[in-house]
Design a protein around this ligand. Structure first.
Ligand code: NAP
Length: 233
């Protein structure tokens, strides 16, 4: 097992990509804390992790709320005694033309996708530093690699998340903290449920598990500051 003995916290682990990664990590031997806003969903994922024989911790947490993030990280550290892996996966979509993009919608996309990544990283950092290292995997997007019409707020948040990833990777090098990003293309999850499109051409949540397991594992011990695109079409 590639993550045996490791303890991980996955934000947005209640459904979609985060849930798939949580279960993938559990299959590879990790204990998993799952954080999101919807209690029933984090509890369901935690139950599925336990059914795989691993320790699970459901955490109700809004990643844009620093006090909630701090409390969630403290709870994970109290339960596990350490934190080896953080997956910043929590995210929200935003599809609007610029002239119809409200300030509130812009702020929300940045607060969750970008500030949420910063806050969780900030409050995991010291524990990882104390332990002599850790792995952080940020789930970004292809929209953070190029421009996308009608997705300016989302795209800006994901470009920012990738910039944060690359800077944190530099800062983490002397501390043994590796920080990488995964940039998925369009996926068949709740985030795109309302979009009318050919769902057979979309990535499945499970398509992101292998790369996240690899980046979280010691196999990637010399890999940091990378952005790995997951896309096919
Ligand atoms: P999803 O099924 O909607 O899942 C999003 C997860 O994030 C949920 O667990 C949600 O739970 C959580 N979340 C949202 N806002 C949150 C907040 N403020 N605090 C804590 N958790 C929050 O979407 P997904 O497709 O799996 O998305 C996962 C990641 O992949 C996102 O970062 C997204 O940007 C990225 N991505 C998705 C696609 C795609 O096409 N699906 C493409 C590229 C990148 P609650 O609502 O209960 O909080």
């Amino acid at each position: 097992m590639r993550l045996a003995g490791k303890c991980a916290l996955i934000t947005g682990g209640g459904r979609g990509i985060g849930r798939a990664v949580a279960l993938g990590f559990a299959r590879e031997g990790a204990a998993v804390a799952v954080a999101a806003r919807t209690p029933a969903e984090v509890e369901q994922t935690a139950a599925e992790v336990r059914a795989l024989g691993r320790v699970a911790l459901p955490l109700v947490c809004d990643v844009s709320d620093e006090a909630a993030v701090k409390a969630a990280l403290q709870a994970a550290l109290a339960e596990f005694g350490r934190l080896d892996v953080l997956v910043n996966n929590a995210g929200v979509g935003s599809v609007r033309p610029i002239h119809g993009l409200t300030r509130a919608s812009w702020d929300h996309a940045l607060a969750v996708n970008l500030t949420g990544t910063f806050l969780c990283t900030k409050h995991a950092w010291k524990a990882m530093q104390r332990q002599g290292g850790g792995a952080i995997v940020n789930i970004a997007s292809l929209a953070g690699r190029r421009g996308v019409a009608h997705m300016a707020a989302y795209s800006a948040s994901k470009w920012g998340q990738i910039g944060f990833t690359l800077s944190a990777a530099e800062e983490g090098k002397p501390l043994g903290i590796r920080v990488n990003a995964v940039a998925p293309g369009k996926g068949d999850t709740a985030m795109r449920a309302a979009v009318v499109e050919d769902k057979s051409r979309l990535l499945k949540a499970e398509d992101h598990v292998g790369v996240c397991v690899f980046l979280a594992s010691d196999e990637a011990r010399y890999i940091t500051g990378q952005v790995i695109e997951v896309d096919y079409f």
